[in-house]
Design a protein around this ligand. Structure first.
Ligand code: HEM
Ligand SMILES: *[C@@H]1O[C@H](CO)[C@@H](O)[C@H](O)[C@H]1NC(C)=O
Ligand SMILES: *[C@@H]1O[C@H](CO)[C@@H](O)[C@H](O)[C@H]1NC(C)=O
Ligand SMILES: *[C@@H]1O[C@H](CO)[C@@H](O)[C@H](O)[C@H]1NC(C)=O
Length: 315
């Protein structure tokens, strides 16, 4: 009997710590003011640039999808090694200075204690709050990684992915179809360059010039901001008309064929994901609850082994 109890206890213990080893009060003793300092840095940046929340949220997503949430997205290229941030799908990664400022503030309070990966996870939460979205308690204790390779950005999901490719990409990281739909709601914020969706609005395939799943009026507006000739590298479109506000507009637009990517539209091609889209379109609260749950899950993906002093370089 005692042996069984001990075994069960050991099992419960190993399961609860196996997940990630993160905790809410991780810096309670070692750096109690870290969260406030990070929130302050994000808030200051936001005061000057309303695009900061979108940038930070996407940065955290990219970080977590490559080698876990280990700050690998923040490392700069060194010598022969091209880092993630200099890899191909980096076009909309920006505002790295926000994380550097937060790190400086935190280092002044408690040197060498708070990881860059935790700073990014906390800043992503702060970003969502500043954009008017929900708040949540971020589990902490991530470590920074020592490896960042541009070639690994190829494992990020692409905007032309269909539902089975999306499902595979998420399930490889332990994330479900519900996580996929909830986290895709991040596309309520920000901007995309034409290159990420132009395949859908011109020469789509042999029989259709325009992707028939796009709303025709929306497709013409996209064609006018993304001219076939005289390409401007910075041209593109906002994710939705309220692209600085974290709301459920994305799901409402998705049901009307007015989102930018095939990967967004693909959420309507599976019964389960389509039902979730409808649910989130009709209830912002349901979206917020699901988003928070999935963010905590995504941001708990395992990562590195050290605490960097400068988020751009390994120790
Ligand atoms: C489901 C798979 C996903 C795909 C295929 C995808 C793809 C993309 C693409 C192509 C862009 C535009 C890049 C550009 O041309 O500038 C973008 C932007 C963005 N994505 Fe995603 N994404 C996905 C999931 C996510 C997730 C999980 C989040 C966060 C929870 C997220 C947040 C964002 C944000 C906020 C932007 C705007 C960035 C800015 O304005 O700076 N995405 N995404
Ligand atoms: C993105 O990558 C290109 C090279 O592929 C690089 O020149 C550029 O500086 C990178 N952008 C950012 C924001 O790091
Ligand atoms: C998704 O794309 C892959 C690769 O192109 C293809 O093999 C698969 O059949 C597609 N699945 C669906 C559901 O369209
Ligand atoms: C073009 O795409 C449409 C919509 O996805 C599809 O119905 C049609 O069969 C495709 N045509 C070709 C030639 O692939």
């Amino acid at each position: 009997m005692a042996v069984i109890v001990a075994l069960v206890c050991a099992l419960i213990f190993s399961v609860s710590s196996l997940g990630n080893g993160l905790s809410s009060n991780y810096y309670e003793k070692t750096c109690p003011n870290a969260e406030a300092a990070i929130a302050d840095a994000v808030k200051k940046a936001f005061a000057n640039d309303k695009k900061v929340p979108a940038a930070i949220l996407r940065m955290h997503f990219h970080d977590c999808f490559i080698r876990g949430c280990d700050g690998s997205v923040l490392l700069k290229s060194v010598g022969q090694n091209t880092a993630e941030k200099d890899g191909p799908p980096n076009v909309s990664l920006h505002a790295f200075y926000v994380i550097d400022n937060a790190k400086k503030a935190v280092e002044a309070l408690c040197p060498g204690v708070v990881s860059c990966a935790d700073i990014l996870a906390l800043a992503a939460r702060d970003a969502v709050v500043l954009a008017g979205g929900p708040t949540w308690d971020v589990p902490k204790g991530r470590k920074d990684g020592r490896v960042s390779k541009a070639s690994e950005t190829r494992s990020l999901p692409g905007p032309a992915f269909n539902i089975s490719q999306l499902q595979q990409s998420f399930s490889q990281r332990g994330l479900s179809m519900e996580d996929l739909v909830a986290l895709s709601g991040g596309h309520t914020l920000g901007f995309s360059h034409c290159s990420s969706f132009e395949k859908r609005i011109r020469n789509f395939n042999a029989t259709h010039d325009i992707d028939p799943t796009i709303h025709p009026g929306f497709a013409s507006s996209l064609r006018s901001v993304c001219p076939a000739k005289n390409k401007l590298n910075n041209a593109g479109a906002t994710m939705d008309p309220s692209s600085a506000t974290f709301d459920n507009t994305y799901y409402k637009l998705l049901l009307q064929g007015k989102t930018l990517f095939s990967s967004d539209q693909a959420l309507l091609t599976n019964q389960k994901t389509q039902q979730l889209v409808s649910k989130f379109a009709s209830s912002q609260k349901a979206f917020y609850d699901a988003f928070v749950k999935s963010m905590i899950k995504m941001s708990s993906l395992n990562g590195g082994q050290e605490v960097r002093l400068d988020c751009k370089v390994v120790r």
